[in-house]
Design a protein around this ligand. Structure first.
Ligand SMILES: C[S@@+](CC[C@H](N)C(=O)[O-])C[C@H]1O[C@@H](n2cnc3c(N)ncnc32)[C@H](O)[C@@H]1O
Length: 330
């Protein structure tokens, strides 16, 4: 980037995120999901200033998040499943949770200066039940979309038993269980998260093959004789000093010939790219100072130091994730 105009553009790019977050927070998509509407109609229903709402709607059209025909605004067909709160593929919960983190970025200079997070550790698991609900629903909504890229890499034979460590509300596990009635899974996550998962999946038939275990994965006892251990989207929370013991526990939980799958954002060797992974590390540090996005090389080394061998690494197309699969040494 050597053009001064590009630098100005970069400096202002947060306007785009702010516009999208405002639309989510105001409930614009919830209303437009049922059909096109004018700025006047929307302003009345949302109790907003017509002039200001129109400015926001027009900007969202420029960003191609909305479309406009005459004075009618609508959600484009390809975004409808993602922005309709009633759709099974809705990303709205993930966007809402993302909006919760927006204000943290304003405190980045302090965070960098002091090495302290902008909020207490795990703010979304604290005393605010609404925030926690947004966190768990946000994870579920995001994982639902990521599953399209991730699941084709998780192809298991009949009767596979797996442990999903830090499995959140178990979104990946449940989708995998739905593929084969002989599969069984345990999802281990912190007690408030697994408690919230029950509501999210209520009525799903595959639930009777899924055990939720509430606990801290550093201290909880893992079930033994697993064919597979999944560790998705959670490695970046852990500093190196905590990983050795965790990986050894995972190794001990696996049958000979079993597999550990670590799926997460990872960095290239010089830690500057992919830029999304580099920025994601900051996003995490704003909440948890010990967060670390690993390079593939360091992760493979950590696996080799903790009883694993045969690391196979693959970027997961269509997602920001990389997968590293490893097997316990015989
Ligand atoms: C980003 S989420 C990933 C969830 C899920 N695996 C996925 O990929 O969609 C990370 C999960 O790790 C869980 N977690 C963090 N620290 C944990 C710990 N010490 N013990 C158990 N779960 C933990 C969080 O509650 C959260 O559900």
């Amino acid at each position: 980037m050597h053009n001064p105009v590009d630098l100005v553009d970069l400096a202002s790019r947060y306007w785009q995120s702010a516009a999208l977050n405002a639309a989510v927070s105001l409930g614009i998509f919830d209303l437009l999901a049922t059909g096109a509407a004018s700025a006047e109609d929307l302003a009345e229903k949302l109790d907003c200033s017509v002039l200001h709402l129109q400015a926001l709607l027009d900007s969202l059209c420029g960003l191609e998040v909305l479309g406009k025909a005459g004075n009618q605004y609508r959600i484009p067909d390809d975004l409808q499943p993602l922005l309709d709160p009633a759709s099974p593929d809705s990303l709205l919960a993930a966007l809402k949770f993302n909006g919760d983190l927006f204000a943290l970025w304003m405190r980045l200079p302090d965070c960098v200066r002091t090495g302290k997070p902008a909020l207490p550790d795990n703010p979304h698991l604290g005393k605010d039940p609404e925030r926690m609900k947004r966190f768990v629903e946000g994870m579920h909504s995001r994982a639902g979309i990521m599953a399209r890229g991730v699941l084709p890499y998780l192809v298991f034979p009949e009767n596979t038993r797996w442990l999903d460590v830090g499995g959140g509300p178990g979104t990946f596990s449940l989708k995998l269980l739905e593929q084969d009635e002989s599969f069984r899974a345990t999802v281990l996550d912190l007690p408030p998260v697994v408690a919230a998962a029950a509501d999210i999946h209520a009525g799903k038939a595959a639930l009777d093959r899924l055990t939720f275990q509430g606990g801290d994965y550093h201290t909880a006892e893992f079930p033994s004789d697993q064919d597979v251990v999944l560790y998705c989207g959670a490695l970046h929370q852990e500093p190196e000093e905590d990983i050795h013991a965790l990986f050894r526990k995972m190794c001990a939980a696996l049958k000979p010939g079993g597999h550990l799958y670590v799926i997460d954002l990872m960095l290239d060797p010089d830690r500057t790219t992919p830029v999304y992974s580099a920025l994601f590390q900051i996003n995490m540090m704003l909440m948890r100072p010990t967060s670390r996005v690993y390079t593939v090389e360091r992760l493979e080394a950590l696996l080799n130091e903790t009883g694993f061998t045969d690391c196979y690494t693959q970027h997961i197309e269509g997602t920001p994730y990389t997968m590293v699969r490893a097997t316990p040494e015989r």
